[in-house]
Design a protein around this ligand. Structure first.
Ligand code: SF4
Length: 474
């Protein structure tokens, strides 16, 4: 690899975020086009997706939040704080409750890198492969970890391991980085037992984990600071449900990309006042669109629920492309993180609330449950009904052996219980090398035109003929 020193993912994203931080709070169409013009092609396409006029008022605060998070991470060591690398299925507020620590969410960095940087972060994946790591690892973590392994990126002070049992691909690669680079690792196991007994055991594991973190940071948990953070988290929780409810009307007033933004906020900044502000802007934007009946297409032809993750290497070519064709991206499993308010009465109640957030986090909750397929089916069934989804899509990520192992059952059961068809796509969610964006769009188009639209037509005709038979008024 001949790339220059310090061209790691964090450093390159920092350079881009300096541009974002310098932008004003609002941009006219002409100014947005001006910003796009100075960027390289792939970055321009991603920024074009985010700065589309109907989403720009929420995009700018979101991008600025990501920029300030990266700035804080980069400045941590100089400020005497430790950078704690966490996976995306671990709540960042557990780190934010400590003053001396900053969370660096591995898969968010990968997603930002793949989504907006030239070359989709492929060079970092190649770094990991060059070390002999197997190509069936999950690109979501391996791309950022490849960047760290290259030695040309920010080196975290500790790694949180919270996927053992839920995802071996994720767990093992974090373990490898920890052992290879000599970075301490903090474990939090989740028992594959969702009964009260399993939850009680998990709370004990969580308290041990917090004690280890206190020791590593040389900072005992401060109850007052903890309360401040968790009260901000509770405000964010209220806004999350406001946004969730705004997904119910048809056509959906919430722009497709807001699903991705929502977990960008959740996975990095929960518990911070900036997260509350960004969620507030997302709710305001969607409420305003609801009031105006604004929707980017003449009609909403499909309401899709993505039952696992999405695809992140072409933001314009997936999220914006879909909504311009009347295909709503309601949520994927990552944005269905259904936070619960934490009882801030005492340190003990707050610790229990945090432990429960870890226990019920997306992916951990389904793949680390007592039954992988049953937990996943029940959650999906609930959201399909609750949000009136007209179809479901499985992104069939290449590394997800555990989801593939139960997918046939999940698909059959979802259709049997809810009547909605399920499309299975195949590809790498964080790389276009396996399946291109064009191929994915073709498959989605074929599915919506031939399965979802026909089914909707049959249902309309059925309702009409029922009305005719019974003489009801239409
Ligand atoms: S997407 Fe699949 S393989 Fe990747 S971390 Fe999540 S569960 Fe693991």
């Amino acid at each position: 690899v001949t790339a220059p020193v310090r061209d790691g993912l964090v450093h390159r994203l920092r350079e881009l975020s300096d541009i974002i931080s310098a932008l004003p709070e609002t941009l006219s169409d002409a100014e947005a086009r001006g910003v796009e013009r100075v960027l390289p092609p792939h970055t321009r396409r991603a920024v074009h997706a985010a700065l589309a006029p109907h989403i720009r008022p929420a995009s700018l605060p979101f991008l600025k939040l990501m920029a300030s998070w990266l700035k804080e991470v980069s400045a941590a060591t100089a400020a005497g704080r430790k950078v704690i690398l966490i996976p995306f299925n671990f709540p960042p507020e557990v780190i934010h409750v400590f003053r001396r620590a900053v969370p660096l969410t591995c898969e968010v960095l990968t997603t930002l890198g793949v989504g907006v940087l030239e070359g989709y972060g492929e060079r970092y994946w190649d770094e990991a492969m060059a070390l002999g790591l197997p190509d069936y690892l999950c690109s979501s973590s391996t791309i950022e970890l490849g960047s760290i392994l290259s030695g040309r990126d920010l080196r975290p002070d500790a790694i949180v391991q919270s996927t053992a049992g839920a995802c071996d691909a994720n767990s093992k690669v974090h373990e490898f980085v920890s052992l290879h680079l000599g970075i301490p690792q903090l474990f939090i196991e989740k028992p594959a037992d969702n009964s009260p007994r399993g939850r009680a055991q998990h709370r004990r594991y969580f308290r041990r984990f917090i004690a280890e973190l206190e020791q590593l940071l040389d900072e005992p948990l401060d109850e007052a600071h903890m309360r401040e953070v968790l009260e901000q988290g509770n405000r964010a929780t209220d806004l999350y449900y406001d946004l969730y409810d705004l997904h119910r009307p048809s056509p959906c007033p919430v722009p497709n990309l807001l699903s991705l933004y929502s977990y960008g906020v959740r996975f990095t900044s929960w518990g911070r006042p900036e997260a509350v502000e960004v969620l507030q802007r997302m709710v305001e934007l969607s409420a305003d669109r609801l009031q105006r009946g604004a929707y980017p297409a003449p009609a909403e032809v499909a309401r899709t629920l993505w039952i696992y993750v999405g695809y992140y290497f072409d933001l314009w070519g997936l999220f914006n492309w879909m909504e311009e064709r009347g295909i709503t991206y309601l949520h994927d499993l990552l944005s269905l993180y259904v936070p619960r308010p934490v009882d801030t009465t005492s340190k003990a109640t707050m610790l229990d609330g945090l432990a429960d957030a870890v226990f019920d986090y997306p992916m951990t909750r389904q793949m680390g449950g007592s039954s992988m397929s049953l937990g996943w089916i029940e959650d999906t069934e609930h959201f399909i009904r609750d949000l009136n989804a007209s179809c479901a899509i499985f992104s069939g990520h290449h590394a997800c052996k555990q989801t593939w192992s139960v997918f046939a059952t999940v698909k059959r059961e979802i259709t049997r219980r809810t009547g909605v068809p399920v499309l299975a796509l195949q590809g790498d969610s964080w790389s276009p090398r396996t399946t291109s964006g064009k191929q994915l769009r073709d498959e989605i188009t074929g599915f919506v035109d031939t399965v979802v639209a026909r089914r909707a037509g049959r249902r309309r005709r059925g309702r009409r003929s029922r009305r005719q038979r019974t003489g009801e008024e239409g």
